[in-house]
Design a protein around this ligand. Sequence first.
Ligand SMILES: Nc1ncnc2c1ncn2[C@@H]1O[C@H](COP(=O)(O)OP(=O)(O)OP(=O)(O)O)[C@@H](O)[C@H]1O
Ligand SMILES: [Mg+2]
Length: 286
Amino acid sequence: MKRYRDIAGDGGSDIAGQVEAQHVKLRQRLASVGSVVAVVSGKGGVGKSTLAANLACGLALDGWSVGVLDADLNGPTQAKVLGVRGRRLVVTDGGVEPPRGALGVKVMSMDLLLAEDATPLTWDAPRQDEAHTWRGTVEANAIREFLADTNWGALDALVLDLPPGTDRLLTIASLVPTLAGTVLVTIPSDVSHLVVRKSITVAAQTKSPVLGLVENMAGLFPGPDAARLAADGGIPYLGSVPFDPALAVSADQGEPLVVTAPERESARALQQIARAIRSALAPRAA
Ligand SMILES: Nc1ncnc2c1ncn2[C@@H]1O[C@H](COP(=O)(O)OP(=O)(O)OP(=O)(O)O)[C@@H](O)[C@H]1O
Ligand SMILES: [Mg+2]
């Protein structure tokens, strides 16, 4: 049997060349995107996807051309929230055409690839009991392909909706060296702050700027001060979005609240946050 060290070079697979080719493809695809912004939180269920969808539409309302990549492969929600569930994906020479949701926002999500509602995403591995070993790598590759194979066209901003977990940010930061910034989300509870404090540390360690912290579901319970959390972490505080059942209803109906009820307090807060992010990004997008 040949041993590893008996194989000259990479055994003819040209792994280094394949990886470089993928990097080049990704760079070429993102060259027509002004800014890539990631919405993140170590904590689940705090409103990352809600913020991502409303941020995308908020930017679109102000005339920006925007895309959303749902980087949550196992809990994809953006197709639903932006009203493109069930649309057929069309593949052209330029790549996969992303369907356009509310305000023409382009959407790509694993939800558009899985045929059945209840089909979970599972990873193929030589042995299923070892699938966990590969999950991180396969997930990163899937996101890379979504980014590189989607025909985003010219965009002012591409918003990435990340699944919960601080490690996910590191994956994205390594995949997208040109990441223009991260937006962190918390809710007013000690439990959330405990986790998001760590996310702020991780976000600050990446090379991309931290655009700021958003407090979501304000008023739902008397919690700690998010502005203080941002100040302690040395990052901007972007504002607070009140708890508002209308946000959940509009998400379920496939049209973000900034579009359907821009006058509501929560929608106005979200639009203001979108404007703050737009100003932070504008020099890069110009
Ligand atoms: N400010 C708010 N007021 C009322 N409901 C909200 C608010 N923000 C989000 N929601 C609702 O809370 C639920 C969770 O929100 P969302 O899916 O955006 O969280 P998430 O952080 O993306 O979750 P996950 O960690 O699973 O990805 C959704 O039903 C959403 O409509
Ligand atoms: Mg989500």
